[in-house]
Write a protein that binds this ligand. Structure first.
Ligand SMILES: Nc1ncnc2c1ncn2[C@@H]1O[C@H](COP(=O)(O)OP(=O)(O)OP(=O)(O)O)[C@@H](O)[C@H]1O
Ligand SMILES: CC(=O)N[C@H]1[C@@H]2OC[C@@H](O2)[C@@H](O)[C@@H]1O[C@H](C)C(=O)O
Length: 363
């Protein structure tokens, strides 16, 4: 088995998750993990950029460098905490920070910041990043990429097993016997819940759904949110802050609604958008990963909306729900380094499987 580091900082913009895994490409064993929240000022600048804000070339370059340094610091800390040296690690797979994702239209692209040169130089380890754009160059969405990893670590069961990652955006992977793996983004995950909670309570997220539980779901608002045409588009599809933004929410909010009712309705939107896609399959097992799996209200509503389904976290199937995405990028680094493909054309819509990412050598 070779050792890899995986680094993920997702669309919730909460911080950086890093894992150390041992893998031969078939088995992926988690050895250690750590995480580090973003400094509030860095988070704010990333939010501005991801919200379509304008920055100068200088600010852009500085942010790229700052993130590269932050990823390297987390990787070095993971090495120290787990008692490893750089020489024991084959490569780092680093997702980077998505600041814009535009999968459709005449000039599709997906931009993840975090300088891989600096990551390689500051750790002394091969750094692989920019995993999405090869798939896009081949006509794909460039996302989601995790379904291939889900298949590797949780596939091969003889019932319908669906994985849902509830991060900033929610995405599903369908593992059904005799079917090619399917996967696509299904709608907002925690993004709008976090945004509203921050705006109304000044807190980064609605811990344990205390705020949402003080309110009632507003049926008219829920219907208007669910009327978003993107939600019923067929896959392949992916999305982000570019669509499910503060402006998107504000355009649909009626005046004077109790803040807790909005929070409750946003939680119901997340649960319903997921359940509507899951319910298209014969009842089986729904495994939740990502931060939304810690939200007891989302878990409760998914169970209620999906009678006949076993709803649990991916921990119940032996894969740490909080480590899943970072593990996937460690595994993707293994794929790339071994000249193996990482994308699934049935998922992303790319013309063919491809070797993903840009390799930065430390020497
Ligand atoms: N105890 C909890 N109660 C409610 N929500 C929680 C709890 N713990 C975590 N969360 C939610 O999980 C979010 C973080 O999720 P996660 O780390 O999976 O996001 P991410 O890495 O940005 O994901 P992605 O890349 O998939 O968008 C928080 O912003 C919060 O909304
Ligand atoms: C462009 C981008 O960063 N997309 C993320 C985002 O966060 C969740 C969902 O939207 C998913 O499509 C993707 O991340 C995971 C890691 C993926 O590619 O599978």
């Amino acid at each position: 088995m070779e050792k890899y580091i995986g680094i993920m900082s997702g669309t919730s913009l909460d911080g950086i998750d890093a894992v150390l895994v041992a893998t031969d490409g078939e088995q992926v064993r988690l050895l250690a993990r750590t995480s580090s929240p973003f400094e509030p000022d860095l988070r704010q600048r990333l939010l501005t950029l991801a919200g379509g804000g304008t920055v100068t070339a200088r600010q852009w370059g500085e942010l790229d460098t700052e993130l590269g340094k932050a990823y390297a610091a987390v990787a070095n800390r993971l090495l120290a905490e787990s008692g490893h040296s750089a020489g024991q690690i084959r490569a780092i797979g680093c997702h980077g920070q998505t600041v814009w994702h535009q999968p459709d239209g005449p000039l599709p692209f997906s931009l993840q910041l975090g300088d891989g040169n600096r990551l390689a130089a500051d750790t002394g380890i091969i750094a692989i990043n920019d995993f999405r754009r090869k798939d896009m160059a081949l006509g794909g969405q460039g996302a989601p990429l995790v379904p291939a990893f889900h298949q590797r670590v949780l596939g091969g069961v003889n019932h319908v097993r669906i994985l849902v990652n509830i991060g900033g955006i929610a995405n599903i992977t369908v593992l059904a016997p005799g079917q090619p793996v399917l996967g696509y983004d299904v709608g907002p995950g925690n993004m709008l819940l976090d945004l509203w909670c921050r705006r109304k309570l000044g807190q980064p997220y609605d811990k344990d759904a205390h705020f949402a539980r003080q309110g009632q779901v507003n049926a008219a608002l829920l219907a208007s949110l669910l009327a978003e045409p993107w939600l019923t588009l067929p896959p392949p599809k992916s999305t982000g802050r570019e669509l499910f933004s503060e402006d998107w929410l504000d355009a649909r909010l009626p005046d004077g609604m109790a803040p807790a009712d909005v929070q409750a309705t946003l939680a119901e939107l997340t649960a319903t958008a997921i359940a509507n896609e899951v319910a298209k399959w014969p009842a089986g097992e729904l495994l939740v990963c990502g931060g939304g799996g810690h939200n007891p209200l989302l878990m409760q509503r998914l169970s209620a909306l999906l009678p006949g389904w076993r709803v649990d976290t991916s921990n119940s199937a032996g894969v740490d729900m909080d480590a899943m995405e970072a593990m996937a990028f460690a595994w993707l680094a293994h794929q790339t380094l071994h000249g193996l493909t990482g994308n699934l054309p049935d998922v992303t819509g790319a013309r063919r499987p491809a070797i993903l990412g840009a390799i930065h050598l430390p020497g």
